[in-house]
Structures are given as structure tokens and as C-alpha cells.
Design a protein around this ligand. Structure first.
Ligand SMILES: Nc1ncnc2c1ncn2[C@@H]1O[C@H](COP(=O)(O)OP(=O)(O)OP(=O)(O)O)[C@@H](O)[C@H]1O
Ligand SMILES: [Mg+2]
Length: 280
């Protein structure tokens, strides 16, 4: 959307709700994931151009940029979801803990458990709340007994901040929950297989402000345990939940840095224009 105003609005300094930095981190650690020169083509059309970025543990990375700039495409590269799109071709290298995720030896099912995904529209399975969460641990053979599975389900629902609301109705259908509850159920489902990275593609865009605040709070709690990458159209949300922000435009990574710097003092004019609402 192009703004018609000639006067640039001032940048609203979005005050992060949560500590911007990681005071306990004093040494430079290896990134959890590293993308190097990633290009993606759908047929002849190039959707991403030479994107290089690192994603760290214990930190939320936000991907922002106008519609169609390639945010979802990039997110899908990180757990090879683009493999499911026949016309898509990915070039470049992506590492998880230094390991090439596109190597022939990489087990894609295993990869997607390690790098879980939460989508824009909550998509619980048409099964009970319990079964939604138990599904992953079961197919991956992560639990040895029913008791252990029960514990995993409870722990995952607790971590996703949903346990108290559903503990007395675990056998009811997941699809009968509210939108915000469904999204937390999907997060519990991702958590249940003990992932290392959680990818979220606009996880709040179908939710009301209260459910959104709940998910943002949850992201904050989860970031001590998982590396999180989130796509959002909401600048305030990016500022509130992330410590690093990547701005994409027309398939390129224009700028990547500390969220606080990006929103108060962007290096690139295109970033400035986007965050001040000139286009997008
Ligand atoms: N399955 C597909 N087949 C062909 N082209 C695609 C496909 N998915 C995405 N594209 C194209 O790739 C480009 C990037 O799309 P992508 O969905 O990654 O953008 P986005 O930044 O996530 O946008 P939005 O903010 O609207 O979700 C767009 O031009 C889009 O039309
Ligand atoms: Mg998208």
C-alpha cells in the first residue's frame, strides 16, 4: 500500500516490552542456523536473491517487509517446506548446528521436528486436544509408555500456556477451541517433539488483540528455550517480541540487525520508508 501523504510520519519509537538484549551472553556463540546465499525460484521467477542470515538460540528474529517480498518463502527454506512446492527450487546453503540441511543424508521428517513451524491460520488436526499434541511424539517414537506420553502432552500444553484452560477436556476436539487457543495448541504440538527452532509465519494475524498479547507473552517465555523466527506485518509486534529484525524487500534482505537499532536508526532508506509506513 502506498501512502499518499507527503509528510513522512515520525517513527513511533516502539518500546520493547521485554529486554532487548541478552545480558548474560558475553561470548560470541555459533549460530543455531546459518543461511548463505539463498536464492529461491518458482519456475522462472526468482523470489529470493542471495539471502544470508544467521539465527541464534535464545533470541527471537523477526522477518518484516511488504507483501510478496519473500518472507514466507525464506521461512520455508529453514525446514525445507519448499520441498513440498513442485515449482520451487532453492539454491544456497542452510546449516543447522553447522550441518547442511539439504544434504542427502538429512532426514527431512527429523529436520521438521527439530525446526518446527506454526502457521498464520491455526490448523489443529480434527482430533482431540490430547491427540493433537501426542501425534508428533508418537510418530517419532519419543515416548516409551502411555504415562510418558501423558507427561509430554501435559508439559507441552503447560509450556504453550494452554494447560489450565484445557486440562479437564483433553478429549474434546482441538478444532472446537477459540482461535487463540487453537494457535497455542499448534504451538504445543510443535513443542511436543522437542524442537530446537520454532518458525512462526504471522502467527497472530488471525487473532484478536487479547489472544495476540497472549501469544506474544508466550514467545517471550519460549525464547529462553528455542531459537524463534517470526514473520510479522505488525511493526509494533516485531519491536515487542524480537531482538533481531530482518527487513526484506523485493526478494532481497535489505537490512538485518538489532531490533532496537533497526526501528530507531535504520541504515537503509528503504527500511526507513517501510517502518514509517511509506509503503508496504
Ligand atoms: N507456491 C508458489 N508458487 C509460485 N510463486 C510463489 C509461491 N509462493 C510464493 N510465490 C511468489 O514468491 C514471492 C514471495 O512470496 P512470499 O509468499 O514468500 O511473500 P511474503 O513476503 O510471505 O508475502 P506476504 O506478506 O503477503 O505473506 C511472491 O512474488 C509470490 O507470488
Ligand atoms: Mg507470507
Amino acid at each position: 500500500m502506498l501512502m499518499t501523504t507527503t509528510k513522512a510520519p515520525t517513527i513511533a519509537p516502539p518500546v520493547p516490552l521485554h529486554a532487548d538484549e541478552e545480558p548474560h551472553v558475553t561470548t560470541k556463540r555459533a549460530p543455531k542456523m546459518r543461511a548463505k546465499d539463498i536464492s529461491v525460484f518458482y519456475g522462472d521467477k526468482q523470489a529470493l536473491k542471495d539471502v544470508s542470515i544467521e539465527i541464534h538460540d535464545d533470541r527471537v528474529t523477526a522477518f518484516i517487509g511488504p507483501s510478496g517480498c519473500g518472507k514466507s518463502t525464506f521461512l520455508r527454506c529453514l525446514n525445507r517446506m519448499n520441498d513440498t512446492i513442485p515449482s520451487a527450487r532453492v539454491a544456497g546453503r542452510i546449516e543447522l548446528d553447522g550441518e547442511d540441511i539439504n544434504a542427502p543424508a538429512m532426514d527431512v521428517v527429523q529436520l521438521r521436528a527439530r525446526v518446527g513451524m506454526v502457521f498464520q491460520k491455526p490448523n489443529p488436526f480434527p482430533k482431540s486436544i490430547y491427540e493433537n499434541v501426542a501425534y508428533g511424539p508418537r510418530i517419532h517414537g519419543l515416548t516409551a509408555s502411555r504415562t510418558e506420553l501423558d507427561e509430554t502432552v501435559e508439559k507441552s500444553l503447560k509450556r504453550a500456556g494452554l494447560w489450565d484452560e484445557v486440562k479437564d477436556r483433553l478429549n474434546e476436539s482441538g478444532t472446537a477451541l477459540s482461535g487463540g487457543q487453537q494457535q497455542r495448541l499448534c504451538i504445543a504440538r510443535a513443542i511436543a517433539v522437542d524442537p530446537e527452532v520454532i518458525l512462526m509465519d504471522e502467527p497472530c494475524s488471525a487473532l484478536d488483540p487479547i489472544a495476540t498479547a497472549r501469544i506474544e507473552e508466550l514467545i517471550h517465555e519460549l525464547r529462553g528455550r528455542y531459537a524463534i523466527a517470526i514473520v510479522t506485518h505488525n511493526m509494533q509486534q516485531a519491536a515487542r517480541v524480537s531482538q533481531r529484525t530482518a527487513f526484506f524487500h523485493l526478494g532481497e534482505l535489505v537490512e538485518y540487525g538489532k531490533t532496537s537499532d533497526m526501528f530507531t536508526n535504520p541504515r537503509e532508506q528503504r527500511t526507513q520508508d517501510y517502518i514509517t509506513g511509506r509503503y508496504g
